[in-house]
Ligand binder design. Structure first.
Ligand SMILES: Nc1nc2c(ncn2[C@@H]2O[C@H](COP(=O)(O)OP(=O)(O)OP(=O)(O)O)[C@@H](O)[C@H]2O)c(=O)[nH]1
Ligand SMILES: [Mg+2]
Ligand SMILES: [Zn+2]
Length: 292
């Protein structure tokens, strides 16, 4: 039988079968010998042992793999940020877009809390910019299910990770999109001291032909290993303009001969994007200095 690993907890894998049953499985010893570890997202072959348990006997080849959170076969990410409460940080948004550009998966941007005061003002400033960079942007009032149809279209048939900082509405969105998500495997996370549910582990929830995963967030580790000179390629418009910089390896911080700064001054590159780039460049240089 084949199925998909939707959750992994202390050596147990929960495998969703084509008929909708979920088997709690151990992996066959041979994986340990080969030093491969089954991951959430993996398509696997299982031998059932009774009606609720089984053994994973084989893994299908992966077509993608995210690290930290570790999920196999992800097609795309939906970045979730709130427009207000907490206030939208364009720096955070640009940083997450750059980090995801490293893993070469598709990205959509969900902007929540459009119902709150001052949110539509922020939305009007931000939406056109990111749409012009060819990112799909979804304005959402998650609690009243406003804007969700467009998100449903984006998710359909894909394996999508939801990611974003705490309190922006990822779990609320998941609960609305997949009402069975809580019933399916129990709880989504633990209840924090402040009384809110916080997501602590990765889990895939079946969604029309695809899956959605609420994640505790992406690790910055691999991003910090990046060479500062490679950062520009992760900003679509900077990458495009940098072809015209006069010096090879231009980091776009010295004005003379820099096409990127020229494009920013001409309004072709948004100054907020350029500033995010410069701030990230600084972070990467510091991370690099710490490595030596
Ligand atoms: N007004 C408004 N509130 C929202 C919206 N979406 C989520 N919220 C509220 O924001 C709070 C945080 O939502 P969660 O879904 O727990 O946030 P999260 O991103 O899962 O947070 P972590 O699990 O800590 O990462 C909850 O009180 C939600 O009811 C929205 O579109 N509008
Ligand atoms: Mg959550
Ligand atoms: Zn340059």
């Amino acid at each position: 039988m084949t199925g998909r690993i939707i959750k992994a907890i202390s050596g147990f894998y929960f495998v969703l079968l084509e008929d909708g049953r979920i088997l709690q499985c151990k992996a066959r010893g041979v994986f340990k010998k080969r030093e491969v570890k089954p991951l959430v997202g993996d398509l696997v072959t299982v031998d059932p042992l009774g009606i609720e348990e089984g053994i994973i006997t084989d893994l299908f080849p992966r077509y993608s793999q995210l690290v930290r959170p570790t999920i196999a076969n992800v097609d795309q990410a939906l970045l979730v940020l709130s427009l207000v409460q907490p206030a939208l940080s364009l720096y955070q948004l640009d940083k997450m877009l750059a980090m995801l550009a490293l893993s070469a998966i598709q990205v959509g941007i969900g902007l929540t809390k459009v119902d709150l005061p001052n949110a539509s003002q922020v939305l009007e400033e931000v939406k056109p910019l990111y749409e012009s960079l060819r990112y799909p942007v979804f304005a959402l009032d998650v609690r009243n299910e406003v804007g969700l149809d467009a998100v449903r279209g984006f998710l359909n048939g894909k394996i999508t990770v939801l990611t974003g900082q705490s309190g922006v509405g990822k779990s609320t969105l998941l609960k609305t999109l997949v009402p069975a998500s809580q019933a399916l495997t129990g709880h989504v996370g633990h209840r924090s001291k402040r009384g809110r549910h916080t997501t602590t582990h990765v889990e895939l929830y079946p969604y029309t032909e695809g899956f959605i995963a609420d994640t505790p967030g992406f690790s910055q580790y691999d991003f910090d290993q990046l060479e500062p000179t490679d950062l520009g390629a992760l900003f679509r418009e900077i990458d495009q303009q940098s072809a015209d910089c006069e010096f090879r390896g231009c980091q776009h911080v010295e004005e003379i001969g820099c096409a990127v700064i020229g494009a920013m001054k001409a309004g072709v590159i948004a100054s907020t994007r350029y500033h995010s780039y410069v701030q990230l460049l600084e972070e990467l240089k510091q991370a690099k200095a710490r490595r030596y």
